[in-house]
Design a protein around this ligand. Structure first.
Ligand code: PEP
Length: 260
């Protein structure tokens, strides 16, 4: 087993997107919290819920091995920003993670990489771990631009963070064409981009090279283990499959199977 793989725990994070209501969330959270008790130290699990349900996550997941987080944070700390949620507000509910730069935010809300970088800073300042999402469209991949696109997206974030801050982030490679489409990247395609991102992180420092780099895009129980077995894939950011407790737990188990 390669040395650098042995050092990193696997991380499986659900992105519930804009799904759920109190009653169904309760069933899902309780099933995930109960099922995750069998996970060993080599695997960490979390769910990123819609912000109104942070209090519910705190109540139902608090004390379990499952952490929680939000799917976006404001670039501001406080003020006249109607509808926005500050990172510090999520931290008030003991959130651990904040997704920033998800492709749906980039596509539907015009978020560019400089804004994503500021959001990552706000998350870190509030004590949250930003999950920085990068990924190319199908057109960009077909034009041979994958590395240029993800490299530029990640560089914008690395530029504004200190080495110490950058060592605290999580990166998620999510090819846009694989999100919610049922069409996952092949393990070879994913590993190639992860190795590229790892080299870019290593350019900042050895500690930054070690941050978790997750794969996201149609991860399911059937393909999770093969993806997570890749040297530079440290787990997954899971959309659709995180809404079914059995599927999410099976993906956590797949991480367990390949963890050291
Ligand atoms: C996501 O939205 O982050 C995601 C990976 O979605 P899915 O697993 O449904 O492709």
């Amino acid at each position: 087993m390669p040395k650098e793989q042995a050092k990193r725990a696997k991380l499986v994070i659900g992105n519930w997107k804009m799904h759920g209501r109190l009653a169904e969330n309760a069933v899902l959270m309780q099933a995930v919290a109960t099922g995750a008790t069998t996970l060993q130290k080599g695997v960490r699990a979390a769910v990123c819920v819609p912000a109104p349900y942070l209090a519910q996550a705190q109540a139902l997941l608090g004390g379990s091995v499952v952490a929680w987080g939000v799917q976006d944070v404001s670039a501001h700390t406080q003020g006249a920003y109607t509808g926005e949620v500050a990172a510090g507000m999520a931290a008030d509910f003991d959130a651990t993670f904040a997704i920033v730069g998800h492709s749906e935010r980039r596509a539907y809300h015009g978020e560019h990489s400089d804004l994503v970088a500021v959001k990552a800073q706000r998350a870190l300042e509030a004590g949250l771990t930003p999950i920085v999402c990068v990924g190319e469209t199908l057109e960009q991949r077909e034009n041979g631009l994958t590395e240029q696109v993800v490299g530029t997206q990640l560089e914008a974030v690395l530029l504004v963070l200190s080495e110490a801050q950058a060592a605290k982030i999580v990166v998620a490679y999510e090819p846009v064409w694989a999100i919610g489409t049922g069409k996952s990247a092949t393990t070879a395609q994913a590993q190639q981009v992860h190795a590229f991102l790892r080299a870019q992180l290593a350019g900042k420092s050895a500690a930054v090279a070690d941050v978790p780099v997750l794969y996201g895009g149609s991860v399911k129980p059937e393909n999770a283990e093969e993806l997570f077995a890749q040297q530079d894939i440290d787990g997954g950011l899971i959309g659709g499959a995180s809404l079914k407790s059995n599927d999410f737990l099976a993906i956590c188990q797949a991480a367990q199977n390949v963890s050291v």
